[in-house]
Design a protein around this ligand. Structure first.
Ligand SMILES: *[C@@H]1O[C@H](CO)[C@@H](O)[C@H](O)[C@H]1NC(C)=O
Ligand SMILES: *[C@@H]1O[C@H](CO)[C@@H](O)[C@H](O)[C@H]1NC(C)=O
Ligand SMILES: *[C@@H]1O[C@H](CO)[C@@H](O)[C@H](O)[C@H]1NC(C)=O
Ligand SMILES: *[C@@H]1O[C@H](CO)[C@@H](O)[C@H](O)[C@H]1NC(C)=O
Ligand SMILES: [Cu+2]
Length: 408
């Protein structure tokens, strides 16, 4: 094995035609090597998706008009130009300035169009995490957000993603997403010294997971979103020391406060480094194992790449399972979650994007209370977002159903 891969390496170095390496199927333990492997897998997924679109094998199924010429390409935040980043930021601010569609009687805390998305997520949290709909629900949600930016705020680009593997190497504070510059999604919160550890999972009878505090903790002080108002929640906010915060007036009540962050590079490095991402793609062989590894298997002490991204942003609402989309960086995180799923799916396109094996799990959070298994015919309903309710089977391919996009 070793000598074969050595020969492959030498060939790659010497002969340009071998420049795109066939993705190896062992997980590199060095995060930088793993990130290269991950990119090779993403490149292969792009090629596969383009072939599917041009031969219409997937698009024909939904007859959705997805072609190579209208295929949208989502890119990593750090690869966007300054003006592309600013267009995205301005579109998000535009969404925050438009009226919401959710009736005030249903959610008094919705003050703008951005908040519509927060409210739907809060309202459905227990049916969309650790359930069979987790991946497809968040794919549809992130896409609807991208569409709102494009159609309601004139945004010409696509939804960017945050590759956590890069920020694990540089540290969050100096990453292009969180460096606090006017081309970032805003930076850290004001530093609160001597914060105690964060304890999570204290109420499920398993040993709690102890996470270190970050370098911020207070209100965000820099960048485009330093003045934004978080309007709903908290609902289930992990606070330093193991306490949980919630608004007694209710999850959808109006409770304006600053956006807080507590950037915690150690959490990013421990749970969402290049190796962790690659392992989530190469190790699980079915969707049940895939989505459990991603969200963290209770009792293992691992919060997965999904939890790793959320908890490394920290703060309020970053550490609130329900209210997390009220931090605008949420959508860059979930776009990466979707990209990981997309890469995994295209390793075995047919089984993983259609048919009963493409979903697993039940309709309730870790099946508590017990509920029926999720099926591909289950309907995803976005309440007041004004989007059609769709069966999961329409949300399994990024180039079928309502979708027509790939990732770089
Ligand atoms: C919350 O969910 C319930 C049950 O599905 C629904 O009737 C209600 O309209 C939802 N409210 C919001 C604000 O999304
Ligand atoms: C942002 O907040 C500061 C401090 O509260 C305030 O002085 C400033 O006017 C606000 N700026 C905007 C654009 O809302
Ligand atoms: C990368 O993540 C994995 C999985 O969480 C972890 O076991 C490993 O220690 C991490 N590697 C580094 C260098 O932090
Ligand atoms: C639900 O899914 C589990 C795990 O795949 C399976 O063992 C079980 O038989 C399914 N239950 C029903 C009622 O189909
Ligand atoms: Cu979520």
């Amino acid at each position: 094995m070793r000598s074969v891969s050595l020969i492959v390496l030498i060939l790659q170095a010497a002969v340009p035609i071998f420049a795109a390496p066939a993705p190896a199927d062992t997980v590199a333990s060095n995060p930088e090597d793993a990130l290269k492997q991950l990119q090779a897998l993403a490149d292969a997924a792009s090629e596969q998706a383009k072939q599917d679109v041009s031969s219409n094998t997937v698009a024909a199924r939904a007859a959705n008009g997805c072609t190579l010429s209208n295929l949208q390409v989502r890119r990593e935040w750090g690869t966007l130009s300054a003006s592309e980043k600013k267009s995205y930021i301005n579109a998000v601010k535009c969404l925050m300035s438009k009226p919401g569609k959710t009736p005030t009687s249903m959610a008094p805390g919705v003050k703008n169009r951005f908040d519509d998305f927060v409210a739907v997520h809060i309202n459905q949290t227990m049916e969309i995490h650790y359930t069979g709909s987790f991946l497809s629900w968040h794919r549809y949600f992130t896409w609807l957000y991208e569409k709102a930016l494009q159609t309601e705020c004139g945004y010409k680009g696509t939804q960017p993603y945050w590759n956590w593997g890069f920020s694990a190497l540089t540290g969050l504070e100096s990453s292009p997403i969180f460096d606090g510059s006017d081309t970032s999604m805003s930076g850290n919160g004001a530093a609160i010294p001597n914060q105690p550890d964060i304890l999570i999972g204290t109420n499920n009878g398993l040993p709690p997971i102890v996470l270190p505090p970050g370098t911020g903790g207070g209100c965000v002080t820099s960048g485009p979103f330093k003045n934004m108002s978080v309007n709903m929640g908290p609902v289930s906010l992990s606070l330093p020391g193991g306490a949980t915060g919630s608004n007694p007036a209710g999850p959808l009540a109006y409770n304006p406060r600053c956006l807080k962050r507590d950037l915690t590079t150690k959490i990013n490095q421990r749970f969402a480094n290049g190796t962790a991402i690659l392992s989530n793609i190469l190790v699980p062989k079915d969707v049940d194992a895939f989505q459990m590894q991603m969200q963290g298997i209770p009792g293992t002490g691992n919060i997965g790449i999904h939890g790793g991204g959320h908890y490394s942003m920290g703060g309020d609402p970053g550490r609130d399972f329900f209210v997390s989309p009220s931090d605008p960086a949420f959508y860059l995180h979930h776009s990466m979650i979707d990209r990981v799923w997309w890469i995994w799916q295209l390793l075995s396109t047919k089984e993983r994007t259609q048919g009963p094996k493409a979903v697993a799990g039940t309709r309730t959070f870790l099946n508590d209370p017990p509920s029926p298994n999720t099926t591909i015919d289950d309907i995803i309903n976005m309440d007041f977002l004004g989007a059609p309710s769709l069966p999961i089977k329409d949300l399994l391919s990024t180039t079928a159903g309502p979708f027509c996009y790939i990732y770089l």
